[in-house]
Design a protein around this ligand. Structure first.
Ligand code: ZN
Length: 239
């Protein structure tokens, strides 16, 4: 049996050795080499402003259907500018890494109650233009950290949302709900909805309300960042 306890140690030693031979460069500051597999250096991580892990649902402009809202960091200029400039594969690595980092900080007991995670889906047209869904990578990293499955096909966007300017609050929510379709039974499920940036909460709220209408029990909104200064939709989806 001794060999079983030795094997992980050998793997760790091996990884450290590989890191020494091929040092990484931080994807955010592009400066300095460091000997870890992480895409962001410690300096850059320390420059991000972590938020206390607490329920922020009351801070949202729109929170129907959402029971709990968690966000990891302040979405300040530095984080936004740095991450916005990344290439496709780099964004994927950073998204996964930030999701994992966030998962390590979240209250384990709240997260443990979840049955699975859903990334906020992009509309197919937008997906075709962009070629990626950042929320998916974050959900994958988060799911790995908290050991929860990620369901990417459970909820889809089915059409662009029509102009909402003439609608009142309730009509807006109903209108937004029509933009999503649920493909599986969600009765009594506790679900985490994952996105990059939390602003007004309107997108996650419309998903949450739709899931609640279909029988879901608890909905937790989990995002990497939220701008502390200003809450409007111009920040949305810019990570
Ligand atoms: Zn850095």
């Amino acid at each position: 049996m001794a060999i079983l306890t030795i094997v992980p140690n050998l793997t760790t030693v091996g990884n450290a050795f590989i890191s020494l031979l091929f040092p990484n460069q931080c994807l955010v500051c592009k400066e300095g080499e460091f000997f870890s597999q992480d895409p962001i250096c410690l300096d850059c991580i320390q420059h991000m402003t972590p938020l206390p892990i607490e329920n922020r649902v009351q801070e949202l402009t729109v929170n129907d259907g959402i029971d709990i809202a968690f966000s990891g960091w302040d979405f300040g200029d530095e984080l936004r500018t740095a991450i916005h400039s990344l290439k496709y594969e780099e964004r994927a690595r950073i998204g996964f890494f930030l999701g994992k980092l966030l998962g390590d900080q979240l209250h384990k007991n709240t997260i443990q109650k979840l049955d699975y995670l859903i990334p906020v889906p992009l509309h197919p047209v937008k997906f075709r233009d962009r070629g990626f869904n950042q929320a998916r990578w974050i959900a994958d990293g988060l799911g790995k950290a908290v050991q929860k499955p990620v369901r990417t096909k459970l909820m889809k966007r089915i059409k662009h949302t029509i102009s909402q300017t003439t609608l009142d609050k309730k009509e807006r929510l109903n209108n937004m709900k029509k933009a999503f379709k649920i493909n599986q039974d969600v009765t009594d499920k506790n679900i985490g909805i994952v996105d990059d940036v939390l602003t007004t909460g309107s997108t996650i709220s419309s998903m949450a309300s739709k899931l609640k209408d279909a029988g879901a029990k608890i909905i937790v909104a989990i995002t990497v960042a939220t701008p502390l200064e200003k809450k409007d939709d111009t920040y949305a989806e810019s990570v």
